[in-house]
Design a protein around this ligand. Structure first.
Ligand code: CP3
Length: 375
């Protein structure tokens, strides 16, 4: 822990960003100046790029031996509150893969933990909470965190932006629906039965819960942006469980509130969920600049559904990495072909990096994307 970034990183960075151009421009208000002309930020803004930028959801984590070593004996939620450890884990995949952006190492439930909700992240399971949310009275347990509650984030982001130089840092938070699903179910779920029971049976309580979670996530994102994150991604990982009409009625208002609350930072806002083929237009309409797409919908079709004025992110099947390299390369090229001619494309997986993924395959994907898309 607390190791500095080795010199190779700075050198690599220098090389990779040599065409990055002048730092900071007038229209880039709110985005850390050194990152404003990076390929990632430019693609989010649908501006021309020297190559398609690439990063991976869950790029930090168990696929990396250096992560497993650092985390030994430190519980997940504890590691998220130690600024030096957060910074080191965030930087590991940047060094290893040469990705065009870092994502802040934390978890969507960290702001809930910070306000005293009794929850834990169980290895191989995910977030579990002691007393699930079911009634009006439970709302009292949810206060909005202050910057003081989240001071470890401010410190970690400061360390990171100094180390990252021209590489943008992506902040993130959980969308109200996805957070609510953990609070109501008490843990991960396949069918969201209790969550939907509240949505249909007690719509006012459900709306009040999502509205409060919107304020909590907005606070979490604002702390990251204020400290120097250059973009934010709102993860509504489980929104794909909803029919469009229910998404629009019961979920979209709260997600739109989060995205509107951080609009003044002027940083690109990305919005992603799994299995959201039928929700893509609505997820854009909620206020995103970039809509994340899983592997089920080709990017040209996704862009058609989303409509003009938004960039797209995605969408290599995260399981493709287990196939022989030729198949991985073909699938990577296909994603780039599908995105050819779109207004803005950020290359990513269609969901997170799996723990069994071979890091060398991810490094080769980054290299291939940069090579094939160079213009
Ligand atoms: O992307 C990154 O590299 C940044 C780190 C990150 C984590 N969680 C770290 C983490 C991000 C962006 C998240 C977001 C998150 N957390 C989401 C949305 C993204 C998605 O994948 O859909 C969700 C749904 C969660 C909730 C959560 N936390 C789950 C489902 C799990 C996995 C449980 C498991 O062990 O398989 C976690 C734990 C978690 N969050 C880990 C990491 C690296 C694994 C914990 C460990 O290493 O011990």
């Amino acid at each position: 822990m607390g190791r500095g970034v080795p010199d190779e990183l700075s050198e690599e960075r220098g090389a990779r960003n040599s065409q990055a151009g002048s730092p900071g421009s007038a229209e880039a208000v709110g985005v850390r100046a050194a990152t404003a002309q990076s390929a990632f930020i430019r693609a989010c803004r649908r501006e021309p790029v020297p190559h398609t930028p690439v990063w991976f959801m869950r790029q930090a984590g168990r696929a990396l031996p250096e992560y497993r070593k650092l985390r030994e004996g430190v519980p997940m939620l504890t590691s998220c509150t130690i600024p030096e450890m957060v910074a080191e884990i965030t930087l590991q995949p940047v060094r290893r893969y040469g990705v065009d952006a870092a994502i802040y190492f934390s978890d969507i439930v960290v702001p809930l933990k910070a306000i005293g909700i009794d929850l834990d992240i169980k290895p191989g399971v995910g977030p579990v909470i002691e007393k699930p949310f079911r009634t009006e009275a439970d709302l009292e347990r949810l206060r909005v965190p202050t910057p003081d509650d989240l001071s470890f984030i401010t410190e970690a982001v400061r360390i990171l932006t100094a180390e990252l130089g021209p590489t943008p840092l992506i902040g993130f938070g959980g969308a109200p629906f996805t957070l609510a699903s953990y609070l109501i179910e008490g843990g991960p779920s396949r069918s969201y039965e209790q969550t939907k029971a509240m949505m249909y049976g007690a719509p006012q309580l459900f709306a009040a819960l999502l509205d409060r979670l919107a304020d909590i996530t907005a606070a979490f994102l604002s702390v990251q942006l204020s400290a120097g994150a250059s973009a934010v991604q709102l993860f509504d990982s489980w929104a794909g469980a909803l029919a469009p009409v229910d998404y629009r009625t019961h979920v979209m208002p709260a997600s739109a509130k989060v995205l509107a609350a951080v609009a003044h930072f002027g940083a690109p806002r990305l919005h992603f969920g799994v299995g959201t083929g039928e929700l893509l237009a609505l997820m854009g309409e909620a206020g995103a600049d970039v809509v994340g797409v899983d592997w089920r919908v080709p990017l040209d079709e996704a862009a058609r559904r989303i409509g003009p004025g938004k960039a797209v992110q995605g969408n290599l099947d995260p399981a493709v990495v287990f196939a022989p390299w030729e198949a991985v390369a073909a699938a990577t090229r296909r994603v780039l072909r599908d995105a050819d001619g779109l207004e803005g494309h950020v290359f990513n997986l269609g969901h997170g990096v799996g723990p069994q993924t071979d890091p060398d395959v991810l490094a080769r994907i980054v290299e291939l994307v940069h090579e094939v898309s160079a213009r």
